[in-house]
Design a protein around this ligand. Structure first.
Ligand code: MN
Length: 230
């Protein structure tokens, strides 16, 4: 889906310093990493127009889920400690972090000890997203509503900036629709990951422990009632 009517913006106000003339939107991303040591991609800013989406489960010092939306050639990124929930009442803290290269959405691997974000990164969900509002304006206002078409997550979601001292603090919230469901009925399983991560064999035991053992069961997107009926 093309979004030609939308103005171009790479970052919102709190980290606009990364977008000064002569410095690309990936400057902050690159300055934090030594690409001779980390397997992460240095990446390039892509042409605008793509709307990929992914979540990476990241067993760093604290386990979290990196939620990424492609906009204007980079991945806007939020670190969500508890991961997403299908329950609209269950608002999940999402800390805005530096924009990542679009290429990062295909990255899985282990960031070595001593490097920024050391720990295992596993692709947890992927697909596309559709902004339901002008995303540039929405990022400025602090309320971005969108639709997800992922392998696990679907339906309407919102990222809402928390009014307060920390300009990086947002909430990831499921909007009410047919994909919403109470947490008490069925939670998004944080241990449920996409199959086919061969690098998992290279993990040290404590790293395996951090991101949990592999579960190959497919994510059940149906309502509990549908699921109960097989
Ligand atoms: Mn991370």
């Amino acid at each position: 889906m093309r979004q030609k009517a939308f103005r171009t913006i790479h970052v919102d106000d709190h980290n606009s310093h990364v977008n000064r003339p002569g410095r690309g939107p990936l400057q902050e991303y690159r300055s934090k990493r030594d690409f001779s040591r980390t397997p992460e991609p240095a990446g390039e800013t892509r042409p605008a127009g793509g709307f990929s989406y992914c979540i990476q489960k990241h067993a760093a010092t604290r386990l979290h889920y990196d939620f990424r939306l492609e906009l204007d050639g980079v991945l806007l990124s939020w670190a969500v400690p508890k991961g997403p929930s299908f329950d609209p009442r269950d608002k999940r803290l999402a800390m805005r972090v530096e924009d990542h290269p679009v290429e990062y959405g295909g990255f899985e691997g282990v960031i070595p000890e001593g490097e920024y974000g050391a720990g295992a990164v596993v692709l947890w969900d992927r697909g596309t997203w559709t902004p339901l509002v002008d995303p540039a304006l929405a990022l400025k206002k602090g309320e971005l509503k969108f639709q997800l078409q992922g392998e696990k997550l679907a339906g309407k979601w919102a990222l809402v900036k928390i009014k307060g001292d920390d300009p990086k603090a947002w909430l990831l919230v499921k909007d009410k629709d047919e994909h919403a469901r109470p947490a008490a009925d069925l939670e998004v399983d944080p241990a449920d990951i996409l199959p086919n991560q061969s690098h998992r064999q290279d993990l040290k035991p404590h790293e395996k422990e951090k991101y949990g053992e592999e579960r190959e069961k497919p994510f059940d997107r149906r309502s509990p009632r549908q699921a109960a009926n097989g």
